[in-house]
Design a protein around this ligand. Structure first.
Ligand code: ZN
Length: 357
């Protein structure tokens, strides 16, 4: 058997990570008001064999815990023991927000509007710069993990930029029920990575501060599938379901203030004119129905019981061909992981630092 070429050490910051090992590398960002350092913790899993570099980021919004859990499970996944190439994994990008259970940085700025960042800007801007220049620049592909806001769960979906064949190929392999194609806002991590020409998948699933087992399993299996497609892991990437691809989405908002009752679950495909829920006058004088103005699949919803007029209640991905959508969504529902927790969700912990892979 010819010997396969070994990888070179992977350098991040001032640390060299040897092939076949993993290490947590800390990158300096600045200091907190307590004078303690703010550092970006990057897990580097460097395979024995050369290959591409996948960056997985979570909790850019500090309260989006599902992504952190996805990275945590990936880091202890035994399938990564025979890695080719390098996985750079950040379970917590926005550490101050994670500590305070907040979406934002301590100065109330949204880190995901501060990219690509700068050396002389706010703490968040400096954090964005370190992530962009010291980590993203080293990556070939980026997978960024998000959830909906508090009380606003999202149906599992991948968001990608338009006209990017590689992004679409990897999104299909990730196999979410829905792929949403759209232009990212300036200042977002996605926009910065697109500007650098990196293929970029944004995974949205579940809600803030709440673990969602199906959404987490989707995320782990999607990331493994992407790594297979990139040649980083053995096995063939399988498209487990044919995702719906939508290029537009819209919100249905509260037509009046009151007590909100939803009638349609996440993932449901609806026709224009379908009643999605109703808002009831708390004084008992009547109900106002919430109607879908166009056909779509429900990809996000509020769980708040109270709504002011104009509050966003339902987020729908636009659909042109509803019949096809319904059959696909029905097939998707059959393949959704169950919410049942089993042993595989909680493998025996081990010391992930400086471990051999
Ligand atoms: Zn987010």
């Amino acid at each position: 058997m010819p010997k396969r070429p070994a990888a070179d050490p992977f350098r991040l910051g001032d640390v060299d990570v040897a092939p076949g090992t993993r290490q947590r590398v800390l990158l300096d960002v600045g200091t907190f008001l307590t004078s303690e350092p703010l550092r970006l913790a990057v897990h580097v899993l460097h395979g024995n064999r050369p290959g591409p570099v996948l960056l997985v980021t979570a909790a850019i919004h500090g309260d989006e815990t599902n992504g952190t859990e996805i990275v945590r499970r990936l880091l202890r996944d035994r399938r990564l023991n025979r890695l080719a190439g390098t996985l750079l994994a950040l379970p917590i990008v926005n550490r101050p927000g994670f500590v305070t259970r907040s979406r934002y940085m301590p100065d109330r700025r949204d880190l995901n509007r501060l990219f690509p960042g700068s050396t002389g800007g706010s703490l968040g801007s400096r954090l964005a710069r370190v992530l962009t220049e010291e980590v993203v620049q080293r990556a070939d592909v980026v997978l960024d993990l998000h959830t909906g806001a508090v009380n606003r769960p999202n149906f599992p979906q991948i968001r990608i930029c338009p006209d990017r064949d590689k992004d679409l190929e990897l999104a299909r392999v990730f196999s979410p029920p829905v792929i949403l194609v759209g232009h990212p806002k300036e200042g977002t991590f996605r926009h910065a990575c697109r500007t650098l020409g990196k293929p970029f998948l944004l995974y949205e699933a579940g809600e803030a501060l709440r673990l969602d087992t199906p959404a987490i399993r989707f995320g782990v299996e999607g990331a493994v599938s992407v790594m297979r497609q990139l040649g980083m892991l053995r096995g063939k990437a399988t498209v487990r379901r044919l995702p719906l691809v939508a290029s537009r989405s819209f919100w249905e908002r509260a037509p009046a203030g009151g007590i909100f009752t939803p009638l349609v679950p996440l993932g449901k495909a609806v026709e224009a004119g379908t009643q999605l829920g109703f808002v009831a006058d708390p004084h008992g004088s009547g109900d106002t129905p919430v109607i879908a103005g166009k056909a779509g699949v429900l990809i996000g919803r509020t769980n708040d019981a109270a709504a002011d007029e104009g509050d966003g209640l339902f987020h729908l991905a636009s659909l042109e061909e509803l019949d096809r959508a319904e059959s696909r969504i029905a097939r998707t529902a059959e393949t959704l992981p169950t919410a049942h927790e089993d042993e595989d969700d909680h493998p025996v912990p081990y010391d992930s630092l400086n471990d051999t892979i």
